[in-house]
Design a protein around this ligand. Structure first.
Ligand code: SF4
Length: 341
């Protein structure tokens, strides 16, 4: 395929270019490979191509949902954008500034602009620190506030995310799952970031709590103009929170469009299969036919030739096995990688 991402032309990035401000985050041809080592000499015998040439952009105040089965590279992509994992190739641009090659030290001022919320708030919160100190830690690290001022700012964040300021002295184990995720959100907000990457941020929560946390995230977005990359395998949640949705399969994007288009008129067989498995209140309203997705996601060490989805695609043709489909704009803002579209 024309690397999904080696051309930003016509991608949402170019739509954004029409506006004065650059996208908050833009990735072009992003690749993250992990070496596979074997033998006593630990020789590199191959690579896990977790992210393999991905291009997209997220504008100010926008939520891009990123969906796909587990193991497709979604989380690795989120961490690579934050440079918690170094990219193998490609370009990451934060508000017009190329941050791809910045060292850990050079990244420091930019780190404030990008924060992450993890799936499991319990394991991401230090059990030995009070939640007040956890939320206030970024102020200390970035030398922004201390003492009374820090306490006041943490108390303000607590109130904003629906926690009581007097809970600042408590420890993570004293909170419920939903409250712990609110602590995670307060910490992510502390430095007033532009972009928050949510890595399955509500997947571990009960459904009723999920709705509360999602509503909180949406309210915060409206107030602060935050941008989100919302990673999830739950298409119903993604439909609720996202403006646009990107679908990922084995390290590559296979479809990207605004939410309404993806959910009402999916063009890629993989998107179609994912959607057909989502329970909806009125099945006739959305689902024309049920597409069964058989088998597991193949290995990212040795992905299938041609179209990576060909081993599971119900519409596979001969050329799908040898020829990689182009990443094409089939209608304005709607991108698909499939020979049949
Ligand atoms: Fe299926 Fe072929 Fe399209 Fe791939 S290119 S999704 S195998 S029809």
């Amino acid at each position: 395929m024309a690397d999904a991402g080696h051309s930003a032309v016509g991608t949402p990035a170019s739509d954004a270019a029409a506006s004065v401000r650059p996208p908050v985050i833009e990735v072009e041809g992003l690749k993250t490979y992990f070496p596979v080592k074997k033998g006593v000499l630990s020789r590199t015998v191959g690579y896990v191509r977790a992210v393999d040439g991905v291009t997209f952009a997220i504008n100010e105040g926008e939520t891009l949902g990123l969906v796909g089965e587990s193991g497709c590279g979604k989380s690795t992509m989120g961490k690579t954008i934050l440079k918690l994992i170094e990219p193998t190739a490609g370009k990451i641009t934060l508000e017009g500034k190329d941050i791809t090659a910045l060292s850990r030290r050079e990244m420091r001022p930019y780190r404030r602009e990008m924060q992450i919320i993890f799936q499991d708030p319990y394991s991401s919160l230090n059990p030995r620190m009070s939640v007040g100190n956890i939320v206030g830690e970024p102020f200390v690290i970035h030398k922004l506030a201390k003492g009374r001022e820090k306490e006041d700012r943490v108390a303000e964040l607590f109130s904003r995310v629906g926690l009581r300021p007097e809970q600042m002295r408590s420890y993570p184990h004293e909170f419920s799952g939903g409250q712990r995720q609110r602590v995670g959100i307060a910490r992510a907000l502390a430095l007033n970031p532009k972009l928050i990457i949510g890595d399955e941020p509500v997947s571990a929560l009960d459904v009723s709590i999920q709705a509360q946390v999602i509503n909180l995230l949406m309210d915060l977005q409206a107030e602060r103009g935050l941008s989100y990359l919302f990673i999830s395998h739950d298409l119903a949640v993604v439909e609720h929170i996202s403006h646009r949705v990107a679908v990922m399969y084995l390290g590559k994007l296979v479809e990207l469009a605004d939410k309404k288009t993806i959910y009402s008129n999916p063009q890629h067989p993989y998107t179609e299969a994912l959607l057909s498995a989502v329970p909806v209140p009125d099945p006739a309203a959305r689902r024309k036919k049920r597409v069964l997705l058989e088998g597991d996601v193949p290995s990212a060490i040795d992905p299938p030739s041609g179209c990576r989805f060909h081993t599971r695609c119900p519409y596979v043709e001969a050329r799908c096995r040898t020829e990689e489909p182009q990443w094409r704009e089939v209608e304005k803002g709607h991108w698909v990688a499939c020979h049949l579209r």
